[in-house]
Design a protein around this ligand. Structure first.
Ligand code: EPZ
Length: 420
């Protein structure tokens, strides 16, 4: 397993550019199944999760070419409706292929994705939405077999604004007769990006970004060239890296609207933030201020995917902060690792109480999940002495060249591949 070796205490200074959003590219790659024509996707970062989803596209018959950050996908021939088990086990968000595959072929089979490090990750809302569209679902022996060759538009109210369920229902509804309404839909920017992509290939989806989305089904689909929105969580992670080191960083290729919830919190910590166009300049204080109370919520609330990174920042603040994680039930696995570095954090159910300390001390820590791993890197950038972050394959899932980008900003960080 690879690890990062970080010597903390360096103020980060310089410019970093954000690339396409992982959580946008994944459903959009599934959406390429909706058409038989060639699709070109620009600004796609080199991430492990994306490589795996491209493997799924190839496994079901698509031709996929990669030219740098550009993907050329030819979905004209689909040879199977079965999503290979090995991919679903490795990347649970491949469940998003259910809706797209049903829309394309009228049927789909996928193994249950199961939980992951941050929670059980149930898919009941996905399946109930697909059923309301007329999909017959037989889930037994660990497999989900779907038959949906005659989908009918429906009025679907989600019990919870699930991102994945909203995406899966949109994808399936593009093949339904008539109109589908999705109420209490997720409002994340990645849903708006999926809507824009589907409309770019000929679909007719409206309302993304609000709680009510309308899909007109059975539109003729074409090819397109499409550029993915920038990754708001990667942008927030680099902004936090600038703040936690008391540095000055310019983050380029950002959609300001998408990261308002994040910069609002960084401003509360005393950072000076100036936005111009698609760039954000941030200057951190010597020591961040505490943030009295933060709760993770569905967009446009503070994103759960930034909870761990904010916790690292608050662990060196000049007072007490409270962080409540309401989205996932097991998303505090970075806390014991931060405590090993000298952080003073108490967990009570969904609530973390962070008593800021003067300084963190470098330690050997383990990355348990993608964003928790990124948070440990941030803590290492601030800590005195050397921090070794192990199991960084989790971080590779969502951050392209994190070490080289941080190094360019002045961080003392090296990546070491363990001899197998
Ligand atoms: C997406 O996951 C993102 N992943 C996650 O990012 C992100 O944290 C999450 O949305 C919330 O913003 C991708 O887009 C690939 P949800 P998703 O369905 O779709 C419950 C990262 O770090 N739920 O909105 O799985 C679920 O248990 C990843 O990039 C049900 O109960 O999120 C959770 O508590 C981590 N039943 C809550 O909803 C369902 O059928 C939010 O899940 C579906 C979800």
């Amino acid at each position: 397993m690879a690890k990062y070796i970080i010597t903390g205490g360096k103020r980060l200074e310089g410019t970093v550019r954000v690339t396409g959003a992982k959580n946008s590219i994944l459903p959009i790659l599934a959406a390429t199944l909706l058409t038989t024509k060639e699709v070109v996707i620009n600004d796609c970062p080199g991430l492990v999760d994306i490589e795996k989803v491209l493997g799924i596209l190839r496994a079901v018959g698509c031709k996929v070419k990669q030219e740098g950050s550009t993907l050329i996908i030819d979905p004209s021939t689909i040879t199977t409706c079965i999503i290979p088990d090995k991919y679903v086990k490795e990347i649970r968000s491949s469940i998003i292929f259910l809706g797209a595959m049903i829309a394309r072929t009228g049927k789909a089979r996928v193994t249950y994705p199961g939980g992951c490090e941050i929670g059980q990750r149930p898919i009941n809302l996905h399946l109930s939405g697909l059923k309301k569209l007329g999909t017959d679902i037989n889930d037994s022996h660990g497999y989900i077999e779907c038959e949906g060759s005659n989908l009918i538009g429906a009025d679907i109210h989600l019990d919870y604004p699930s991102v994945g369920a909203t995406e899966n229902i949109i994808l399936a509804a593009t093949a339904a007769h008539g109109y589908t309404i999705i109420r209490n839909a997720a409002k994340e920017p990645e849903i708006s990006d999926l809507q824009a992509f589907i409309n770019a290939i000929g679909g007719r989806v409206s309302g993304a970004g609000t709680s009510t989305i309308v899909v007109e089904g059975r539109r003729p689909m074409y090819g397109t060239e499409y550029t993915i929105i920038p990754d708001r969580i990667v942008a927030g992670t680099y902004l936090t890296a600038g703040v936690i080191t008391g540095g000055e960083v310019l983050v380029e290729n950002v959609i300001l609207d998408h990261i308002q919830p994040i910069i609002a919190k960084l401003r509360e910590s005393g950072a000076i933030i100036k936005a111009s166009g698609t760039s954000i300049h941030i200057k951190g204080r010597e020591r961040p201020l505490p943030i009295y109370h933060t709760t993770t919520l569905p967009y446009p609330g503070f994103p759960t995917d930034m909870q761990a990174q904010l916790m690292s920042l608050l662990s060196v603040s000049s007072g007490t902060s409270v962080l409540v994680e309401t989205i996932f039930e097991n998303r505090f696995k970075h806390v014991p690792e931060l405590i090993r570095m000298g952080a003073n954090i108490r967990i009570d159910g969904k609530t973390a109480v962070i008593q800021g300390v003067e300084r963190l001390k470098g330690a050997r820590v383990s990355s348990w999940d993608l964003r928790g791993g990124a948070a440990l890197v941030l803590a290492g950038l601030r800590a005195e002495g050397q921090t070794v972050v192990e199991n960084i394959h989790h971080i590779d899932r969502g951050y392209e060249c994190l070490q080289s980008s941080l190094k360019k900003l002045g961080a003392d960080i090296d990546r070491v591949e363990d001899q197998q």
